[in-house]
Design a protein around this ligand. Structure first.
Ligand code: RNT
Ligand code: ZN
Length: 417
């Protein structure tokens, strides 16, 4: 794209935003600090490196597009390719099943820092800081219940796994000089009507207490709820209420996955309530189509409103923005790039909102004016600022990333059979 034209359009946009007292240079600086945590599992449909035969635990990736990453080198190459097309500096969110196990069977209660040493070296070399997740699914002991299983031996197995994951994340946090976000999501639930819910939830609470008994300085613990899983439709042990209660009482972070609520429930609306009671939030931003389908995040109303609420709460430094979709039906690197750029565009629009004027209208009870400006704000020239952001970051402007992905598919992905 023509640089002079991008610059001209940006200058006009900057003038327009200045009429609302918005400094586009300050917004661009804020965008530069806004890091996404890219989920490693989009590259291989949540397979991991344990040699898993199938994805279990209430989640599903559909599609069989060729070229999925089969090992750690391919995964790293794909992430590096994706980030070369995404402006700014980002983090990588790893799951425990992505350790480097050297062809050995390393069970989940045996995993250690050594299995992530390569990732930590890669992180230091690329500057992509690491976040981490325990993995309760796709394992012979996954079943319908893990941390809430009535059998103490099974609970203990998953408690040990979770403790080890926290120790690994602590090492990541220490080495990168920035806390690693350690997320716990377990699929625990039931397909049908359940009559002893209190028992399972008591087990889950006690398991978490044990897991969190060790205090660490370089991790941030997060808990992710879910409305239901596939095959576990009637009951979820770790419901929204359960984790909000636990997090509020124990000063833990809540992870909001935008696919984990009732379809008409606003996740954006939760931000200002939760931040009054829990220290920070982690996000798993996805696009739920009819259910928690994990479609690629797009620039839709839900994502924009979520970003607006973060900005309106002045909470950019308290909200960690992770992505969580796994689409195996299209080019997987393309999926990363679309979802990441869409999230950034949503945040940019939020940062460019004429908030001072809107708040003044609201304070004065001028609700027609508030709604009118909210509508007008939608068509302010944010895309000129976006193009400038891409240009300054040396990444393709507009749709120019499409041929770059096509080339990678021809030259790299096509050789993975
Ligand atoms: C599943 C949760 C969870 C997973 C990943 C793989 O419903 O969203 O975050 O998607 O941890
Ligand atoms: Zn999630």
């Amino acid at each position: 794209m023509n640089e002079t034209k991008i610059l001209q359009a940006y200058n006009l946009a900057a003038e327009r935003y200045a009429q609302f007292g918005i400094d586009t240079e300050a917004v661009l600086a804020a965008m530069q600090r806004f890091s996404l945590s890219l989920h490693c599992w989009q590259a291989d449909d949540v397979t991991g490196f344990e040699g898993a035969a199938e994805l279990t635990g209430g989640i599903q990736s559909t599609g069989n597009y060729p070229g999925k990453a089969r090992n750690v080198d391919e995964l790293r190459a794909d992430i590096e390719m994706a980030t070369s097309l995404i402006p700014g500096k980002h983090r990588l969110n790893l799951h425990e099943i992505y350790g480097e196990f050297g062809g050995q069977k390393v069970d989940r209660d045996q995993v250690g820092v050594e299995h992530f040493a390569g990732w930590m070296d890669w992180s230091a070399a690329t500057g992509m800081k690491l976040d981490f997740n325990t993995t309760s699914f796709s394992h012979p002991l996954s079943g319908d219940l893990s941390l809430s299983h009535p059998d103490k031996a099974i609970r203990d197995f998953w408690i040990e796994h979770s403790k080890r994951c926290r120790a690994i994340a602590e090492e990541m946090g220490k080495r990168q000089g920035d806390p690693s976000i350690l997320n716990i999501w377990v699929h625990d639930g039931s397909k049908d009507t359940t009559v002893n819910k209190l028992k399972y939830r008591t087990h889950l609470k006690e398991s978490l207490d044990e897991i969190f008994a060790t205090k660490y300085d370089n991790i941030k613990d997060c808990l992710e709820s879910k409305v239901f899983g596939i095959g576990l439709e009637s009951f979820t042990v770790g419901s929204n209420d359960f984790y909000i209660g636990y997090a509020a009482q124990n000063n833990k972070i809540i992870t909001l996955d935008t696919g984990h609520f009732h379809p008409t429930e606003s996740v954006a609306d939760k931000v200002s309530s939760l931040l009054l009671y829990v220290p920070e939030l982690m996000l798993h931003v996805t696009r739920a189509v009819r259910w928690d389908s994990d479609h690629v995040t797009t620039l839709n109303d839900e994502t924009i409103e979520l970003c607006r609420e973060i900005v309106r709460c002045d909470a950019l430094d308290k909200v960690h923005f992770g992505l969580d979709f796994f689409d195996g039906s299209i080019n997987r690197i393309g999926a990363y790039v679309i979802g990441s750029r869409a999230s950034q565009k949503a945040m940019l629009q939020a940062l460019l909102e004429p908030l001072a004027q809107l708040r003044q209208y609201e304070a004065e009870g001028k609700y027609f004016q508030r709604l009118a400006l909210l509508e007008e704000a939608k068509s302010l020239p944010w895309s000129a600022v976006w193009d400038m952001f891409c240009l300054r970051n040396g990444v393709p402007v507009g749709e120019e990333f499409i041929p770059a992905i096509e080339r990678y598919e021809r030259e790299v992905l096509a050789n993975r059979n």
